[in-house]
Design a protein around this ligand. Structure first.
Ligand code: SF4
Length: 479
């Protein structure tokens, strides 16, 4: 996999990209003297050089791309960005931890930030597969690792996925029952920032009204930590440093959105996102294998556990949005109790549909569309008013989040395939619970949000989307 930011770099894995490099607004400018024809070569260490006809090599500068450049660009969609993104990385986390250590040494404890790490279940599973550990052992060892580094709390975003699922369920039923043209059907899932980026940059106002306004589990955790938890801890939001561990680089872009920035305290709901692969790099930097890390007890405050067990959701490694909304809608709208959700595979394994029939008539038709080829087809149908679906679970990565671009990779195609298979097995082995069964959620709706249908709940659990003006150059190829 290589960067898609620069026109001079070659792309090696385009499965989930569509013409990525052609529209980059920051192409690297290669100075050439008249008449000279040169080649660009990439060395094993990632540096690239211009090779003259004489064979002479001149090292070229790396392009610097900020997140804002990336968000303003219409060329890049998903995974692999981290190669050149410098604003969010494990280095930033190390910098804050070092500042904390220094403040403690100098007796300036008021300067210390409370460091909170929220780990996604997909990242935990990827690391579990990599180190051949159980999911529970991995969760405990990751908690131990981050706490040894200086983190104060380690949470699990499975917990806030309960909020995302519940709110998505309610939103779907509301849309189904109303004729509101500003919130039409099919409702399109909103948890994948790779897909949201693509929709905002390429289909603007045509598609955005269809996207669910519910925040992703990462961003609900951001609201929970910076709003509710900060008050519980008696700390202003800017005195909390909130890091998430995620399966893709697109989550860095999501965390950087203006919608998730607090102007008053000048802080983000999620300050830094590191990927599963970057956690592996941190372990290597510390010279320790996850296997040898001393485990620590799980923080149970905002984590999904039952006794000594981790809990998950049914419906696959991307969160199970289709299944939860399908069951809820069948019950609420048609009084049907769906025992098992039967998928019918359509064009490929990443495009499936599920239907509910009542008295021989199809009353609900849902689909799952993963990877950009399937997303493109689905979007074209929505734009033409020809989509047969009521809801589509849209995910940018083929095979979904367990296969995210930031997951741990060995670098060998077959070995990585085995790793993904093992991750899928580990993930599906966890016991599941519905969000309605989470005993803490009800009290949080009351204590934190003062109820369900109010402005506070809307602000904390929902968001909005914005068409991004397309910036193109002469080489641009239309999607
Ligand atoms: Fe990230 Fe999941 Fe979307 Fe892939 S499918 S870009 S891992 S949120």
């Amino acid at each position: 996999m290589a960067s898609k930011f620069s026109g001079v770099l070659q792309l090696t894995d385009l499965d989930d990209f569509i013409t990525p490099s052609q529209e980059c607004i920051k192409p690297v400018k290669v100075e050439k003297t008249a008449g000279e024809v040169g080649k660009i070569k990439i060395h094993n260490d990632g540096s690239y050089v211009q090779v003259a006809q004489t064979g002479e090599e001149v090292k070229l500068q790396k392009a610097k791309i900020t997140l804002n450049d990336c968000l303003a660009c219409s060329g890049c969609i998903t995974s692999a960005e981290a190669v050149l993104i410098t604003q969010q990385s494990q280095d930033e986390l190390y910098r804050v931890l070092e500042q904390n250590r220094k403040a403690a040494q100098d007796g300036e404890t008021s300067q210390e930030k409370l460091v909170v790490i929220s780990i996604s279940p997909q990242s935990r599973t990827s690391l579990a597969a990599r180190y051949n550990l159980s999911s529970l052992d991995t969760a405990k060892k990751l908690t131990g690792f981050f706490k040894q580094l200086g983190a104060h709390h380690v949470f699990d975003t499975t917990f806030t996925r309960d909020f995302s699922l519940l709110e998505s369920q309610r939103e779907f039923v509301q849309r189904f029952q109303s004729n509101d043209t500003s919130a039409p059907l099919p409702m399109l899932a909103s948890a994948c920032p790779g897909w949201i980026c693509y929709a905002e940059k390429t289909h603007g106002e045509y598609v955005l009204p269809y996207i669910s306004t519910t925040k992703s589990p990462q961003q609900v955790m951001g609201s929970l930590v910076k709003d509710h938890f900060s008050k519980q801890q008696g700390k202003p939001p800017d005195q909390i440093y909130h890091v998430t561990v995620m399966p893709c680089f697109d989550k860095k872009l999501e965390a950087s959105r203006e919608d998730f920035y607090d102007d008053v305290y000048r802080t983000r709901d999620v300050d830094c996102v590191i990927t599963s692969g970057e956690v592996e790099a941190m372990l290597e930097k510390e010279g320790i294998s996850l296997v040898d890390v001393t485990p620590a007890d799980l923080d149970t405050m905002f984590s999904s556990t039952s006794g000594a067990e981790l809990l998950s959701h049914s419906g696959g490694g991307s969160g199970g949005y289709l299944e939860h909304i399908f069951r809820h809608a069948a019950r609420e709208l048609f009084g049907q109790d769906v025992q098992s959700v039967n998928y019918k595979t359509l064009r490929n394994k990443d495009f499936k549909e599920v239907t509910l029939e009542v008295e021989g008539k199809v009353v609900l038709k849902f689909a799952l569309a993963y990877g950009f080829r399937n997303i493109q087809n689905m979007v074209q149908k929505v734009k033409r008013g020809k989509s047969p679906y009521h809801f589509v679970e849209v995910m940018a990565c083929p095979s979904g989040c367990l296969n995210g671009g930031g997951q741990v990779r060995i670098g060998d195609k077959e070995a990585d395939k085995d790793l993904l298979t093992r991750a899928e097995e580990l993930y599906s082995a966890l016991p599941v619970r519905t969000p309605e069964e989470n005993p803490l959620l009800e009290s949080l709706y009351t204590e934190w949000l003062s109820g369900r249908d109010n402005e506070k709940a809307r602000q904390m659990l929902h968001t909005s989307y914005h068409p991004v003006a397309k910036m193109t150059n002469a080489l641009a190829i239309k999607w």
